[in-house]
Design a protein. Structure first.
Length: 267
């Protein structure tokens, strides 16, 4: 295998005083985009999230500064305003800044907030999309988020806000029956309460439910249950995705990420 065909191509340049907001993908280092890898090879400083693995950071230049800026709901974390300010300060100091975010920057990654802050400060930036865990992570669990035999719509939502509590902005009654499949990020802590609200709004307690922990990593684990039994699930590992709806049944034939394949740390 060779990447020589990529050498000499007209790759965009991470200029001094600019910021690239890069999606790292769902976990496996091999799922980082080519453009993301190229950015890591140019950056003077990498500001990375809590869910970005060390193997991904190894793709950066050895001399690049690494700054942890992880945010985990309900736990002591840097304030979002402080993270955005740090990016601005680093760029204004003439550094080539790469902000490495788990999944995709614009899928519950606060990339929109950070890009907005950069724009208001007059700092040039580029968005490098990543594979969202809500797509790629579930794919590693053998769960297609859409399948023409089961659903033509899917809802993505977050199960907690920045304080760690249930988000008040989610209309749980409205989303309960709006789509056959609901994918929930950061929902383990409040899963029992969420299940009760969805059932009260008309969702079938017998609906299939799967919890995918450490998606796209060798430690990946999947727990399958039903919406009505969600409150009884204990000891679920995080980070985790929760998928509600019929698509998890395809795991019976699509569960391809075997122990033998997990020995490859790149994915």
């Amino acid at each position: 295998m060779s990447f020589a065909a990529l050498d000499g191509l007209d790759w965009p340049i991470l200029e001094p005083g600019t910021v690239w907001l890069v999606g790292a993908g769902p976990g496996a280092p091999g799922l980082l985009s080519l453009l993301g890898y190229h950015g890591l090879q140019q950056a003077d400083v990498v500001v990375y999230d809590a869910l970005v693995g060390e193997r991904l950071l190894d793709f950066a230049r050895p001399e690049a500064e690494r700054i942890h800026a992880g945010k985990r709901g309900g736990k002591p974390s840097p304030k979002q305003a402080d993270i955005s300010l740090r990016l601005i300060e680093l760029a204004r100091a003439g550094r080539r800044v790469l902000r490495l975010k788990g999944g995709d920057p614009f899928m519950f990654g606060r990339g929109g907030e950070e890009a907005g802050a950069l724009a208001r400060a007059g700092v040039r930036f580029r968005i490098v999309p990543g594979i969202s865990s809500g797509l790629g992570g579930l794919a590693y669990a053998g769960i297609p988020v859409t399948h023409r035999d089961t659903n033509h719509a899917v809802i993505f939502l977050t199960g907690h806000d920045e304080t760690g509590e249930l988000p008040q902005s989610v209309d749980w009654a409205a989303v309960a029956t709006a789509a056959p499949v609901i994918v929930m990020f950061m929902a383990v802590k409040h899963l029992g309460a969420i299940a009760q609200m969805l059932i009260a709004a008309g969702r079938d307690p017998a609906d299939r439910l799967a919890v995918v922990s450490h998606a796209a990593l060798p430690a990946q684990a999947v727990v399958e249950s039903t919406l009505g039994q969600a409150g009884d699930l204990v000891g679920l590992e995080t980070p985790a995705l929760v998928v509600l709806g019929p698509v998890s049944r395809y795991r019976e034939v699509l569960d391809w990420y075997t122990p033998e394949l997990r020995s490859n740390a790149l994915g």
